[in-house]
Design a protein around this ligand. Structure first.
Ligand code: FDA
Length: 367
């Protein structure tokens, strides 16, 4: 198993349950991949960005609950636009703050009026036109434009319209970001889940081991490999490099008990260089050292070789290139299964990652 992230750990767990010996190698100094949490000042710190578990799938919720107890955290991020605070996702609280409207009918009328004043010739040609045609200029300018441009490192007029197919708009005073019926944060952190998944005598875990430096040792004809790193790197980029977006996280301990009053605050203007600040103790309702808090600034960044790849860039070129790599893997490496966000080049949420791992388990073990 190459990689001890959620995909690798679920697969290793299930393979061991079926009597298989598994060696997990992980190039980082810790297990868990991007869901890794570390306790600092008694606070579970999400070291690779905010991770809120949410799903529609009852079977996946039941599965993950075998490994942790979840609290009742509900994600209700707020947006800070040049010092003005708005609720997300766009809902009656947001519209009331923006325009003073009180009833859903007034809000709908206002949005229609905003859209009417925007004259579009033909179909939206870029993300800016698409977003304004969906929600109107006020919400776009304050809550979409700057944030999206920082995330993608490009002007909204250069980004394709398909990135925003729809914008979640809710005509109720409901700040719950997700529509899923199951949501929460594992009490004691995500790393505990990974430790439990990997605790089987048939599983050996080796951290600080990069597959590419030990390839000859592992890539043998009688070993099955599950690879959850970058599929293009596996093939030495031989038919081209896939694109990714990266992030830089800056984590600090502050001498205050409550810095921003919410777990997630998005900075939606273009001038603030980071996209959000996470204050970790609010994921667990203020648990931890009462005199301290831990915050993380999240800076989006263009990915260069050697950086951590966080998001696949979903466009036609990359989809086609990824397809070619999967063809190559069928021809050349039948003993290797590519899994997870980087191996399958897909933006998976945690529930989808678990679902994808269990699907591969069923295929592999003929169930
Ligand atoms: P992951 O990348 O976690 O694991 C791959 C592992 O392989 C890594 O540990 C890596 O070091 C290792 N590896 C790679 N190459 C290797 C090599 N050559 N040799 C050895 N080891 C190697 N989801 C959700 O449901 N709710 C949320 O709120 C969020 N939030 C969120 C925020 C941010 C900033 C990101 C980037 C992602 C999320 N997610 C999320 C998605 C979530 O992180 C994701 O579903 C899982 O972490 C995917 O697990 P994987 O195992 O596929 O990849």
């Amino acid at each position: 198993m190459v990689g001890s992230g959620l995909f690798g750990s679920v697969f290793a767990h299930e393979a061991a349950l079926r009597g298989n010996k598994v060696t997990v190698i992980e190039k980082r100094s810790h297990i868990g991949g991007n869901i890794y949490t570390k306790e600092i000042e008694g606070i579970q710190v999400h070291m690779y960005g905010a991770h809120i578990f949410h799903t529609k799938m009852k079977d996946i919720w039941d599965y993950i609950n075998k490994f942790a107890e979840f609290n009742h955290y509900v994600n209700s991020p707020i947006a800070n636009y040049q010092g003005e605070i708005y609720n997300l996702p766009f809902n009656m609280n947001t519209f009331n703050k923006l325009w003073g409207v009180i009833t859903p009918d007034q809000a709908k009328q206002k949005i229609e009026e905003q859209k009417r004043n925007f004259h579009l010739n033909g179909k939206p040609k870029n993300l800016e036109e698409q977003a304004i045609s969906l929600i109107g200029p006020d919400v776009y300018q304050k809550l979409v434009k700057g944030y999206t441009e920082k995330q993608w490192g490009q002007s909204a007029t250069d980004l394709p319209s398909f990135i925003i197919r729809r914008l979640p708009v809710r005509f109720t005073y409901d700040n719950n970001y997700f529509n899923d019926p199951y949501q929460g944060i594992p009490i004691g952190g995500y790393t505990k889940i990974i430790e439990q998944l990997l605790s089987n005598d048939l599983i050996t875990v080796k951290t600080n081991v990069d597959y590419f430096q030990h390839k000859d040792e592992y890539l043998t004809s009688n070993t099955k490999i599950v690879f959850t790193g970058m599929i293009d790197q596996f093939f030495d980029y031989k038919i081209g490099a896939l694109e990714y977006r990266s992030l830089r996280f800056e984590t600090k301990i502050l001498d205050t008990d409550n810095y921003q009053g919410n777990a997630v605050v998005n900075y939606t203007d273009a001038d603030t260089p980071f996209t959000r600040i996470i204050e970790h103790k609010h994921f667990e309702f203020g648990k931890g050292n009462k005199d301290k808090t831990v915050i993380t600034h999240e800076y989006p960044k263009t990915w260069h070789r050697g950086d951590d790849p966080y998001y696949p860039v979903n466009n036609q070129r990359n989809r086609e290139l990824y397809r070619q790599y999967t063809e190559l893997s069928k021809e050349q490496t039948p003993n290797v299964i590519f899994g997870g966000r980087l191996g399958q080049y897909r933006y998976y949420n945690m529930d989808q990652t678990i679902m994808a791992a269990l699907k591969v388990v069923r295929q592999e073990f003929g169930e």
